[in-house]
Design a protein around this ligand. Structure first.
Ligand SMILES: C[S@@+](CC[C@H](N)C(=O)[O-])C[C@H]1O[C@@H](n2cnc3c(N)ncnc32)[C@H](O)[C@@H]1O
Length: 285
């Protein structure tokens, strides 16, 4: 199998893909775990391995995401099932979970993850805040079915709702989301792998704010006074939404950076004390 592994590495490298993926592809093709594969590397491949490995390689070279081939990713230390049609959780979103865990939340907070996909954010938060009451919405049935399956496999209790945005929930301490946030124009120049992801999970109108903007409006109503809104957004539009939220009366509005130093997250707080006589959300000029 060493010769086959070498061939896979060479072809991946030539295509500009990480050659480390060769081991994953060979493990899948040989139907062995990575560990067993390493132990049996000097043996002849099991029957059918070469054909399967070449077919998987061709798919990969055509931009099909490795995670969909493997069917699983690790997110914030949790093994999550992934499947075509539902967004593969990204490392940047682990940064969003870290920010959420640093917020001064009550001991048993009421949390909502909007656009839950595989359930990644909701499940990571529930795993770290066992006393939290965690809700999660999505409008995509496939996403919700997968999120529920992940919750069950992990033994974590999250209330999944098929509903847009905040689903009419109230009295929340935190609304967190990695909504679709790419400007539609990005579609033309998107990397090959994005073509295999669900556009519903990626694109949000001309500016990329067609989901995040109404979500912020609703979140103002859904949060308790003093509750937090925490969003992952594109570097291109996070400042714009931050300015809009300030103008609409949100407090402590802050843009935060990802590990690569790009503006990426938006944190804001519903004022704890609303102006006297004011009903509902504060409106800016
Ligand atoms: C970028 S994906 C995020 C998935 C997951 N939270 C993650 O970070 O891996 C956005 C998700 O929002 C869902 N979505 C799109 N529009 C929505 C809406 N108006 N209300 C609720 N969910 C929505 C999509 O189906 C998709 O699952």
């Amino acid at each position: 199998m060493v010769r086959l592994l070498r061939e896979l590495k060479t072809r991946l490298r030539a295509a500009g893909l990480p050659e480390g993926e060769a081991l994953d592809l060979l493990a899948l093709a040989s139907r062995l775990s990575r560990k067993d594969l390493l132990l049996r590397l000097l043996e002849a491949p099991p029957p059918g391995t070469e054909e399967r490995a070449r077919a998987l390689l061709e798919k990969r070279l055509a931009g099909y995401p490795l995670q969909y081939l493997l069917g699983e990713v690790e997110f914030f230390g949790l093994p999550l099932k992934v499947a075509e049609g539902v967004l593969i959780p990204r490392p940047e979103t682990e940064g969003l979970v870290e920010l959420a865990l640093r917020l001064p939340l009550p001991k048993a907070p009421r949390i909502l993850d909007v656009g839950t996909g595989t359930g990644s954010i909701a499940l990571a938060l529930k795993a770290h805040l066992p006393e939290a009451l965690v809700f999660a919405t999505d409008i995509d049935e496939r996403a919700l079915a997968l999120a529920e399956e992940n919750a069950e496999r992990l033994g974590l209790k999250v209330h999944f709702l098929k509903a847009p945005l905040t689903g009419g929930l109230r009295d929340l301490d935190l609304v967190v989301a990695n909504p679709p946030y790419l400007p539609l124009g990005y579609r033309e120049m998107a990397p090959l792998e994005l073509a295999h992801e669900n556009p519903l999970a990626l694109y949000a109108g001309e500016e990329g704010l067609a989901v995040a903007r109404p979500l912020a409006e609703e979140a103002f109503e859904a949060l308790k006074p003093g509750g937090f809104l925490l969003l992952e957004l594109a570097p291109e539009n996070v400042q714009l939404l931050a300015e809009e939220l300030k103008a609409k009366g949100w407090e402590d509005v802050e843009v935060l950076q990802d590990l690569a130093g790009r503006d990426r997250y938006l944190r804001a707080r519903r004022p704890s004390q609303e102006l006297e006589g004011e009903k509902g959300p504060l409106r800016g000029p």
